[in-house]
Design a protein around this ligand. Structure first.
Ligand SMILES: *Cc1c(COP(=O)(O)O)cnc(C)c1O
Length: 384
């Protein structure tokens, strides 16, 4: 394969070398089952708990509040279905938004079929949920509010503090899908009034198939996977030791110089935004200008077919996406793009470019050059 410029870090990230090195011994030499008592098992258990302690510390949480899962999807499913199950006696109403990841939306749909009532809140043109709308939607039956921290398609960061505060005042449980935000932004559960938080390792240079759910002490959380006594008896199954070690190592890397990396990535992101809006006519930025994830950019180009644009970008070695990796092959215009009311003649021409710490200015320059050439070509129907 020729040189590729990878600008799809919201879909997944490349594993960091240090993460791979940290995992390697646990793939073979240190293969013990964490539930056993001899040295192999103790070694695995010790490393797993070290990972848990570190992850908890990044959130200013307690280690007992961190439960390992198979990733963001499982964490979201567990949060929604678990709370619905445990608190069904107190009410049957859930509040979420129209722009959540499918892991949340499809769990909500499932719960609706079980008799729960779900309010899907609208967002404004920037993809922002208003705390006032949340307040209005709350009723005596509301047991859970689930609002994502940062959106995977358009990058908008939600007013999590204000929504959490509202939820807390009314004694309603608050979950946030922080899969795009955790390890990109500093998140403390002492600052943010969140009760449950989902994260996934492969979105921050860790391995695929592992994540965690933070569950605030005192929240009733039923077992999700039934079987052995792992994870305080709430999530059975032999632990994914290499994955858990890798996630801990990835979190450590991410939290080292986090602010400096955020500033650097934000600068490069703004450079990309300004360059495209300046150099390509009839282009728009989707999502909020400032309240957005450091590495996330989403553009819509008038009169361009996004799928064709992605193919042309790919031919230039630029890996971008149409919005969400989960939407490929489905409807041409994503539900998130619809929810923010992108004008019809722009909506189909949506491209997401998501950066990581390793993205360079030269990568961005190459991406803009390719975008410019290919948008022009698609609009004119003739090569430049
Ligand atoms: C990727 C993603 C998920 C799913 O996480 P997996 O670990 O891939 O299952 C959930 N929510 C958001 C916002 C995501 O970006």
């Amino acid at each position: 394969m020729s040189h590729q410029i990878y600008l799809d870090n919201a879909a997944t990230t490349q594993m960091a070398d240090a993460v791979k090195r940290a995992m390697e011994p646990y793939l073979k030499e240190k293969f013990g089952n964490a539930s056993t008592t001899y040295s192999y098992g103790e070694e695995a258990r010790g490393a797993m708990e070290k990972s848990r302690n570190f992850l908890a510390a990044t959130l200013e949480a307690k280690p007992e509040e961190v439960f390992f899962t198979s990733g963001g999807t499982e964490s979201d499913n567990w949060a929604l279905k678990g709370i619905a199950d445990a608190y069904a006696g107190s009410g049957n109403h859930i509040i979420t938004t129209k722009i959540e990841h499918h892991a949340v939306l499809n769990s909500c749909e499932y719960l609706e079929r079980q008799g729960f009532k779900v309010t899907y809140l609208d967002v404004d043109e920037y993809g922002m949920v208003s705390p006032e709308a949340v307040a209005e939607a709350i009723c005596p039956n509301t047991i859970l509010i689930s609002v994502m921290f940062g959106n995977n398609e358009i990058g908008t960061i939600q007013p999590i503090f204000q929504i959490g505060k509202l939820a807390r005042e009314q004694q309603i449980i608050f979950h946030t899908d922080a899969v795009q935000a955790y390890a990109q932004l500093p998140i403390s559960v002492r600052h943010y009034p969140v009760d449950l938080l989902s994260a996934s390792a492969h979105k921050f240079h860790g391995p695929k198939g592992v994540g965690f759910l933070y569950v605030r002490e005192g929240i009733k959380m039923p077992s999700f996977i039934h079987g052995g006594a792992q994870e305080q008896g709430k999530r059975a199954g032999t632990e994914n030791i290499p994955g858990i070690i890798g996630m801990g190592a990835a979190a450590e890397l991410a939290h080292r110089n986090m602010r400096r990396k955020m500033i650097q990535e934000t600068k490069l992101r703004n450079y990309l935004i300004e360059k495209v809006l300046h150099e390509i006519p009839n282009a728009r930025l989707n999502g909020h200008r400032n309240m957005r994830l450091p590495g996330n950019v989403s553009f819509s180009f008038q009169g361009v077919d996004g799928a064709s644009l992605l193919i042309l970008l790919q031919e230039d070695g630029i890996c971008a996406s149409g919005g969400s990796a989960c939407n490929t092959g489905e409807s041409r215009i994503s539900y998130v793009i619809r929810a923010i009311s992108v004008p019809e003649d722009y909506a189909a021409g949506t491209v997401r470019m998501t950066l990581c710490g390793g993205t360079t200015r030269a990568d961005i320059d190459a991406a803009v050059l390719s975008l410019k050439k290919n948008v022009y070509e698609l609009r004119e129907g003739t090569p430049v």
